[in-house]
Design a protein around this ligand. Structure first.
Ligand code: GCB
Length: 615
């Protein structure tokens, strides 16, 4: 049908036309500081498990009774004489706070996995020749967006932002925004339907209506190079973009001008001012940077630092750095996390790492975390590992799936490349080695290298146990190694498998000697408060002892440059259903879901304090 075709059309535009460069049509970088209207708040919703809102389109019913996206005042229609009726009414639907995951919002939606329609009415001012865009920070997993009954676009991928222009569909005055959110995953989604974390469907991050002039600064980036220059680019969009003069001001330190080319792109290249303070976890200096053209300016707060690999070391601003970190899922403290990463929720999590654990690093697993979190890492001084959910198994042979992963990676890089905190892009987690899988990851790594040559590439790999002579050796020899700057492995000896804890420190490892290594995961479950039961699994003592022994093992790895044990706090996972110890929670946190520190927290915190002192 016509509507369905239109739908498909907008989707293709996103995936294929821009697929060449992987640059989305619009980025609206730095949207924090733009002229915008926050659409957070109470939205109405309507469950649609059988997808009638999408499929019941002018087919065997002349006038659809179920299309939740229609621009329709159902109560007014019902008041009219005649036999017309509808089987939805978005205006009188139940309410839900957006952003937030529906699973946490209502007990009846706790395990709902499917399509739900959301609606928000809002007033817009007249555009007067300007333009307007909707910017969604994240919708998990697919979004179908309509404004005033018109299809605006679609997006797939639950953790990255997307921008849709609504200049033509927007009305000065009352508007009706409808979003169909489909949380279902399948064998071709990223991730697939089996992971070790919870579903969390919904509009999980903020939505904004952003106003711009006809020609505006869509995106701008700067980075410090190893030879002491600041280089980057500014991308303008709009009819007057070509040949515009762009002015870039870095705090009070420097102001330069550049001229955009025919495509509206200006290259920036200046010598780093001598007074420039380098960003580091110990002194996370940020500058107010302004990229301006006639009629518009993009404001950013950003730091400047270099990151590189030399032999088996990671160098931050030219100095070796040891990454004292931990892995983190995006779940706020409390018994019923909603994935609503407010500044307060994010700050609480990152403060535990920075101040509680004496850390300088966080692995934001297993998907791009909220912009709020990454910006706070910049501000608070925590180095970041960033990853997309290419996790366990993916349909490696399928070119459409690769295209999704590439787009997701690009959306992440464009969003976060001005954050000094981010030093590592990871291209996958624990993917079983096969030729097709290695080809897939290699394509991702090449893509990252092209989009952002200034950062390091890694992946969390699986290890193998092998007999070498009489020895039982843990080996890292993944064929993906050639594509990676930094090796990273997840190791669970002492938890999964039969190794006694006392054997961990003596385990033998074999790995390339010329590449830095991170233990990207190690961990053991413990139920907070379960103690004194003879070193049984799930006790706090077992977990603490596991940490001591694994840290002792890590001390013997000459190329080790960092740790991100699994994980800061307990998190919800449908895989974890032991009725005494788990009840739907993965218990590998060194804190409980509500924030109670387990014994292992102290072990790691003491270890990091010593490490920090030993620098
Ligand atoms: C892993 C996965 C992580 C799991 C963890 C576990 O290796 O990367 O997502 O949650 O193990 O608890 O088994």
């Amino acid at each position: 049908t016509q509507t369905a075709l239109l739908f498909f059309g907008t989707f293709l535009l996103g995936a294929a036309v821009h697929g060449q460069s992987l640059r989305p049509a619009f980025l609206l970088t730095g949207s924090l500081h733009r002229d915008s209207q926050d659409l957070s708040g109470q939205w109405t919703y309507s469950k649609d498990l059988y997808r009638t809102g999408l499929t019941d389109i002018n087919g065997w019913v002349a006038k659809s009774r179920m299309q939740r996206f229609r621009d329709l005042d159902v109560a007014a229609e019902e008041a009219k004489a005649g036999a017309t009726f509808y089987e939805f009414d978005m205006d009188r639907g139940p309410l839900m706070a957006i952003p937030g995951a529906w699973n946490a919002a209502k007990p009846a939606l706790r395990y709902y996995d499917g399509l739900i329609w959301f609606q928000r009415k809002f007033k817009s001012r007249p555009l007067n020749g300007g333009r307007a865009f909707l910017r969604f920070e994240a919708v998990n997993y697919r979004a179908h967006v309509y404004l005033n009954g018109k299809p605006i676009g679609r997006h797939e991928g639950g953790f990255t932002p997307f921008v849709l222009e609504v200049t033509d569909a927007l009305r000065a005055g009352d508007n009706r925004l409808s979003v169909g959110v489909d949380s279902t995953h399948d064998a071709q989604s990223i991730p697939t339907m089996v992971t070790d974390w919870d579903l969390y469907g919904g509009i999980t991050r903020p939505v904004k209506l952003v106003y711009t002039p006809a020609t505006f600064v869509d995106d701008a980036t700067l980075a410090l190079t190893k030879d002491g220059r600041i280089k980057g680019s500014v991308q303008l969009a709009g009819p007057q973009a070509a040949n515009q003069t762009v002015t870039v001001a870095i705090g009070e330190l420097a102001t330069v001008k550049a001229t955009a080319d025919a495509s509206g792109r200006a290259e920036i290249d200046l010598k780093a001012p001598p007074r420039l303070k380098r960003w580091s976890p110990d002194s996370p200096t940020l500058y107010d940077v302004r990229f301006s053209v006639a009629g518009d300016a993009l404001r950013e707060r950003m730091g400047f630092r270099t990151i590189a690999v030399k032999g088996s070391q990671i160098l931050l601003n030219g100095e070796p750095v040891f990454l004292r970190g931990i892995s983190l899922h995006e779940e706020e403290f409390g018994p019923n996390p909603a994935r609503n990463m407010t500044e307060q929720a994010s700050r609480a999590l990152l403060s535990e790492i920075k101040h509680g654990l004496n850390g300088n690093y966080v692995r934001l697993s297993h998907y791009p975390h909220s912009e709020t979190t990454v910006r706070l890492a910049d501000e608070m001084g925590l180095l970041v590992w960033s990853e997309i959910p290419v996790y366990w198994t993916v349909d490696w042979e399928n070119p459409a799936v690769l295209q999704k992963a590439l787009a997701m990676q690009a959306e992440t890089i464009y969003r976060d490349r001005n954050r000094s905190a981010v030093i590592l892009w990871s291209v996958g987690n624990e993917t079983p080695v096969s030729e097709a899988r290695t080809r897939f990851h290699s394509a991702l790594a090449d893509n990252v290298r092209q989009l952002d040559p200034s950062r390091l590439i890694s992946a969390a790999l699986l290890v193998k146990r092998k007999k070498v002579g009489d020895d039982d050796v843990t080996v890292i020899d993944d064929p993906l190694l050639d594509k990676l700057d930094v090796l990273a492995v997840n190791t669970y000896a002492g938890w999964y498998g039969d190794d006694p804890l006392s054997a961990l420190a003596g385990l033998k490892w074999q790995m390339p000697g010329d590449r830095p290594l991170i233990l990207s995961e190690f961990g053991a479950d413990a139920l907070a408060g379960y103690c004194n039961d003879g070193m049984k699994k799930f006790t706090e003592e077992y977990q603490a002892q596991y940490y001591r022994q694994t840290l002792a093992m890590s001390e013997k790895m000459p190329t080790l440059v960092g740790l991100s044990p699994w994980i800061l706090k307990d998190f919800q996972s449908p895989r974890r259903e032991h009725p005494v110890f788990q009840n739907g929670w993965n218990r590998k946190g060194i804190m409980s879901e509500t924030g109670v520190r387990k014994e292992a927290f102290g072990v790691l915190s003491d270890y990091y304090r010593q490490k920090a002192g030993a620098r």
